[in-house]
Design a protein around this ligand. Structure first.
Ligand SMILES: [Zn+2]
Length: 84
C-alpha cells in the first residue's frame, strides 16, 4: 500500500556493499529487488547475495514517488521475464 507519509528524500544511514567488490577494489554492481520473502540486494558481478530481508509475511507500506513527482516504476519487473 502506498503511504505518501513515507519520505522520498535520501534517508539512507547505512549503505550496503558487496564485500567481494570492496575486497577487489571494484565498483559496486548491485541490483535491488522484491522477492517472495521481502527485499534483496544482489551483486550481479559476483552473483552473490549481499542482503536479503524478510517482511515476515507482512505487506509493508511504501512510497515509490520520485522526487519531482511521478513514480520510479521500480516494482513489477521480473528478472529474465520470470517471476522470482
Ligand atoms: Zn560483488
Amino acid at each position: 500500500m502506498i503511504d505518501p507519509r513515507i519520505p522520498i528524500t535520501d534517508c539512507i544511514h547505512t549503505y550496503l556493499h558487496c564485500g567481494l567488490c570492496l575486497d577487489n577494489k571494484l565498483p559496486q554492481k548491485i541490483e535491488v529487488g522484491i522477492t517472495r520473502l521481502g527485499l534483496q540486494v544482489w551483486c550481479a558481478r559476483h552473483n552473490v547475495n549481499v542482503f536479503h530481508v524478510s517482511f515476515d509475511g507482512y505487506e509493508l507500506p511504501f512510497n515509490d514517488t520520485a522526487v519531482g513527482g511521478g513514480s520510479v516504476k521500480a516494482v513489477g519487473q521480473p528478472r529474465n521475464g520470470k517471476p522470482q
